[in-house]
Design a protein around this ligand. Structure first.
Ligand SMILES: C[S@@+](CC[C@H](N)C(=O)[O-])C[C@H]1O[C@@H](n2cnc3c(N)ncnc32)[C@H](O)[C@@H]1O
Length: 222
């Protein structure tokens, strides 16, 4: 990642953590941490049938829910917000999930060190919308990042992007449709208006802070 890449996230720390979550950061986080340097998730979990990545998992309820549904899949999560990481750890602990790995940090940095075609699915759910024009450069979805994601997703694999900001949906669609690497799967309006069958509602989604109902964009890697 370029050192000067604009920051795409807000705060990295919120309210002081309660004792239980603080303890999980001490005890569980090191066991689930994605190591520094080149990282091959298949070598880490050879029995996993697929590897998925959730970028900006917030409180981690979607990631944990998917991990519970699919114990045969290894799910990587990356999130810079410490309190979000602690929340995910609580879900992992409460549900005894053995198929989750976590990085507190910037997804753009992790994506660079994953092997080519190593993932089956990527989720970007309700990314920070940065609605003001002068902040659009802070949006996670940029042409370079779309290409970087294409490198790590195997052909036939998927990318799910969901937002409740109309302009961010068109922004993303524009960039993905311009890319030679991705095909949009929608055939009718209901395909982007209705939650996909395997979607789990996120905390941010419930807040409904955007200017439209959620728009679900599913893409397939060519
Ligand atoms: C609006 S919140 C949505 C959280 C969650 N997906 C949900 O729907 O509840 C966006 C999240 O993306 C995270 N984020 C922003 N930029 C990121 C980046 N470069 N890498 C990883 N996460 C990022 C933020 O810290 C924040 O938690």
């Amino acid at each position: 990642m370029e050192d000067r890449a604009p920051r795409t996230y807000g705060r990295v720390k919120g309210r002081p953590l309660r004792a239980g979550k603080a303890a999980l950061l001490e005890t569980l986080a090191p066991k689930l941490a994605i190591p520094a340097g080149p990282f091959d998730p298949h070598a880490l979990a050879p029995a996993a049938v697929e590897v998925w990545l959730e970028i900006g998992f917030g409180g981690g309820e979607h990631l944990a829910g998917q991990a519970e549904r699919r114990p045969d899949v290894l799910i990587l999560g990356v999130e810079p917000f410490l309190n979000g990481v602690a929340s995910l750890l609580r879900h992992v602990d409460e549900h005894g999930l053995a198929n989750v790995r976590v990085l507190q940090g910037d997804a753009r940095e992790l994506v660079e060190r994953l092997p080519a075609a190593s993932l089956e699915r990527v989720f970007i759910l309700f990314p920070d919308p940065w609605p003001k024009t002068r902040h659009h450069k802070r949006r996670l979805v940029q042409r370079d990042f779309v290409a970087a994601l294409a490198r790590i997703v195997r052909p036939g694999g998927g990318l799910r992007f969901v937002t409740d900001w109309r302009d961010y949906a068109s922004w993303t669609l524009e960039r993905l449709l311009a890319s030679p690497d991705w095909t949009w799967t929608a055939e009718r309006a209901d395909d982007w208006r209705k939650p996909p069958a395997d979607h789990l509602t996120t905390r941010y989604e419930r807040k409904a802070l955007g200017d439209t109902a959620p728009i679900f964009l599913d893409f397939v890697r060519r």
